[in-house]
Write a protein that binds this ligand. Structure first.
Ligand code: PBG
Length: 325
C-alpha cells in the first residue's frame, strides 16, 4: 500500500485520532522514583546538578514516599548516604545503617508501596569504589560476600526488592543464596545486568557522594561500545536467579533495551540516569528546549524501546502530567 492510496497523514489530523492509534502509553504504573537518604533530622539538601532532587533525612523521606504513592507510582528506589565511610563499607550492611533504618520506618509509616534498595558499596567505602580493594584493584570475590550481606540486611529490614548495581561477577547468585538461606526466599532481585561505565552518572555522584577517589569504574562496569556482551551479562544474571533485569543508562542505550526485550522474557527495567535528567533540566533552564516535552518524549522513547519498568527522576513530574490530562 502506498501513496496515493495510503496516506498516513489521515490518522494524524487531530489529537483524538492520534490518541486512538498511539502505540505506546505511559502510565505511572511503570515508574520508579529514586530517593537519597541522609542521616540526621529535618535535613533536605538540594542536589545542585539535579534540580528538584534532595538528600533527605528519614523524616522527610517518609513524606516523599507518601507523596510518591499518592501519585500512583508503585515503587521507590533508595540510595543511602552513611554517617561514616570506611575501607570495608561497614555502613552498607550495618543493622542500623541508614538504608536499614529508612526501610524499617517507611514500612511502618507508608503501607503498600514497593521499596527497592540499591545494593552497592560505593556510597559506603572511603575510596568510593563499588567493592573491596586489593591494591588498586577492586576484588570481585570478597566483594560479592559483602554485597550478599548487604542485600540480606536490606531484606531483613523489610525491603521488597533488592537491586545489586556493583557489576561484580556472580553478585546475583551470591545474593540469591544469602536470601534463600536466611528466610528471604520471597525477596526478588532486580539486577543491574547491563550497566555501562557511563559519564551520565556524573550528577548522581554528587547526590550520593560516591565519586571514586582514584581511577574509574571501567574495570567492572561495561564498555559502552559493547552490545553482545550486554546480552551475555543479562543471560548470566538470569541463570543466577535475577527476577528483573536492567539496562542502564537508558537513552543512549535504547538499542540495548530493545535487544534485551527481544532476547529475554523477564521483566525489563531501564534506568533513566541522573545525567539524562540533568541535561534536559539544564537546557530547559537556558530556554534552549521545552523541558516538559523533552521529558515526556524521552521517557516515552524508553518505554517504546521495550522497558517495562522505568527508573526516573522525572517519575513525579510525569505522573503529575498524566493526571492533569
Ligand atoms: C551505584 C549506582 C550508581 C548509579 C546507580 N547506582 C552510580 C555509579 O555506578 O557510579 C547511577 C544512577 C544515576 O546516575 O542516576 N553504583
Amino acid at each position: 500500500m502506498h501513496y496515493p492510496i495510503y496516506r498516513p497523514r489521515r490518522l494524524r489530523r487531530n489529537d483524538d485520532l492520534r490518541r486512538m492509534i498511539r502505540e505506546t502509553r505511559l502510565s505511572a504504573d511503570s515508574l520508579v522514583f529514586p530517593l537519597f537518604v541522609t542521616p540526621g533530622r529535618d535535613v533536605k539538601k538540594p542536589i545542585q546538578a539535579m534540580p528538584g532532587n534532595f538528600q533527605m533525612s528519614i523524616d522527610h523521606i517518609i513524606g516523599e514516599v507518601r507523596t510518591t504513592k499518592d501519585m500512583g507510582i508503585p515503587a521507590v528506589l533508595l540510595f543511602g548516604i552513611p554517617d561514616e565511610k570506611d575501607e570495608l563499607a561497614s555502613g552498607a550492611f550495618a543493622k542500623d545503617g541508614i538504608i536499614q533504618r529508612a526501610v524499617r520506618e517507611i514500612k511502618n509509616e507508608v503501607p503498600n508501596i514497593v521499596v527497592i534498595t540499591d545494593v552497592c558499596l560505593c556510597e559506603y567505602t572511603s575510596h568510593g569504589h563499588c567493592g573491596m580493594l586489593r591494591g588498586e584493584e577492586v576484588d570481585n570475590d570478597s566483594t560479592i560476600e559483602i554485597l550478599a550481606q548487604t542485600a540480606l540486611s536490606h531484606a531483613l529490614a523489610g525491603a521488597d526488592i533488592v537491586a545489586p548495581s556493583a557489576m561484580m561477577d556472580g553478585q546475583v547468585a551470591a545474593i540469591r543464596t544469602a536470601l534463600d538461606e536466611n528466610g528471604c526466599g520471597n525477596t526478588p532481585v532486580m539486577a543491574y545486568s547491563a550497566k555501562y561505565a557511563s559519564c551520565f552518572y556524573g550528577p548522581f555522584r554528587e547526590a550520593a557522594e560516591s565519586t571514586p577517589q582514584f581511577g574509574d569504574r571501567k574495570s567492572y562496569q561495561m564498555d559502552p561500545p559493547n552490545s553482545n556482551e550486554a546480552m551475555r551479562e543479562i543471560a548470566t544474571d538470569i541463570e543466577e536467579g535475577a527476577d528483573i533485569i536492567m539496562v542502564k543508562p537508558a537513552l543512549p542505550y535504547l538499542d540495548i533495551i530493545r535487544r534485551a526485550k527481544e532476547e529475554f522474557d523477564l521483566p525489563l527495567a531501564a534506568y533513566n540516569v541522573s545525567g539524562e535528567f540533568s541535561m534536559i533540566k539544564a537546557a530547559a533552564r537556558l530556554g534552549w528546549i521545552d523541558g516538559d516535552r523533552a521529558m515526556l518524549e524521552s521517557v516515552t522513547a524508553i518505554k517504546r524501546a521495550g522497558a517495562d519498568i522505568i527508573i526516573t527522576y522525572f517519575a513525579q513530574d510525569i505522573s503529575r502530567m498524566l493526571q492533569a490530562r
